[in-house]
Write a protein that binds this ligand. Structure first.
Ligand SMILES: NC(=O)c1ccc[n+]([C@@H]2O[C@H](COP(=O)([O-])OP(=O)(O)OC[C@H]3O[C@@H](n4cnc5c(N)ncnc54)[C@H](OP(=O)(O)O)[C@@H]3O)[C@@H](O)[C@H]2O)c1
Length: 324
């Protein structure tokens, strides 16, 4: 079976925050699957902050990649059947032919798209940051920046399940803060209404998962306890900048107070995926951990979603539903 695919292309290199006219949607024919390949109809595609870095290097006029969940329409892979649900990286398009698909079988109570969020690389990033990098211990306080995003909401639930207390979040608005307080967070700072540096100074927090960089990283350093650990997952506040942000003014506090700042990439920790899925899947299936996501419909909505994830339009994981 051959098919056509509508694909999102970057047609202009963005300067600063991307704008809608940087993108175009192009329809192309797909070759029939070769041996080992499957033809997939994408159902859900993920939009992520890392796409901003992709925009700086991707060849203009080619299909953008992204994590996706789809249904197999035809298969020349003996281990994958028609109608199987698969996860792959050929997102931001309606259909793809790929040899790199992983079959998922969501148990009862688990929506398939959770494998792009709380049960996917997003949740795994929070897990790796809090456990392998941050070495969270029950009873410890945890600080989470970008707390209302995909990684942050997952981190709140993981921290709760591992016995952290209190769990402190940072997000932009009081409306997002209120939603977080209805979940696992004990305290949430709405950074647009306050001076984050002043709010966190001297808090003696042992562990932070930091995903914003810039002034947030500086405030987090100021809030850490002596010997504290910062698991540094990202720097979204700088992704649209023309030049890299400067170092935090209090960077030398790392020396004075023996604070460990440890950056990491989830792709180097994929061996932890099975263990994390075993930990989190039953909690999602039982409804103990909700699947928190912001959904927009149709591939045509993907450009605004890609911009939205860089401007705080989402609560939880930001996803595009491409087909039912
Ligand atoms: N190291 C890795 O392997 C890895 C893997 C996944 C993600 N990450 C990083 O982790 C961070 C969170 O990723 P995510 O997938 O969970 O995205 P996300 O949090 O779902 O979306 C980004 C959030 O960041 C906040 N934000 C955007 N611009 C900001 C700014 N200028 N200052 C402060 N906050 C800003 C917004 O929330 P507010 O409205 O609250 O500001 C927005 O909702 C990102 O830096 C991402 O690059 C790294």
């Amino acid at each position: 079976m051959s098919a056509r695919s509508r694909q999102l292309h970057l047609v202009r290199r963005p300067h600063g925050l991307p704008v809608l006219r940087d993108f175009d949607i192009v329809e192309v024919p797909l070759a029939a699957p070769d041996a080992g390949e499957v033809l997939v109809e994408n159902l859900w595609v993920s939009v992520d902050p890392y796409h901003r870095e992709v925009f700086d290097s991707v060849t203009l006029g080619t299909a953008l990649e992204g994590r996706a969940l789809g249904r197999v329409l035809s298969s020349r892979n003996p281990e994958i059947a028609v109608d199987d649900l698969v996860i792959h990286r050929d997102g931001l398009r309606t259909h793809t032919v790929t040899a790199q698909a992983r079959v998922i079988r969501p148990p009862a109570g688990v929506p398939p798209e959770a494998y792009l969020g709380i049960l996917g690389g997003t949740g795994l990033s929070a897990w790796v940051g809090l456990t392998t990098i941050g070495r969270l211990e029950a009873g410890e306080s945890v600080l989470i920046t970008a707390a209302a995003g995909g990684v942050g909401t997952a981190a709140g639930h993981i921290a709760k399940a591992l016995g952290a207390a209190p769990i402190i979040g940072v997000t932009s608005t009081q409306a997002k803060a209120d939603r977080l307080l209805a979940g696992p967070f004990d305290e949430v700072i709405a950074y647009r209404d306050t001076t984050l540096l002043g709010q966190l100074a001297g808090r003696d927090i042992p562990l932070a998962l930091e995903g914003v960089g810039g002034s947030h990283l500086e405030a987090v350093i100021g809030g850490m306890a002596e010997g504290g650990r910062i698991a540094w997952v990202g720097g979204i506040s700088g992704y649209n900048a023309h030049t890299p942000p400067g170092a935090p003014g209090n960077l030398f506090d790392l020396v004075h107070r023996e604070i460990r700042l440890h950056g990491f990439l989830v792709r180097n920790h994929m061996d932890e995926r099975d263990g994390y899925e075993a930990f989190m899947t039953p909690r999602v299936a039982d409804g103990i951990v909700p699947v928190e996501q912001t959904v927009v419909d149709g591939l045509d909505a993907a450009p605004s979603a890609l911009i939205g994830v860089l401007t705080g339009a989402n609560f939880g994981k930001h996803l595009v539903r491409v087909a039912e």
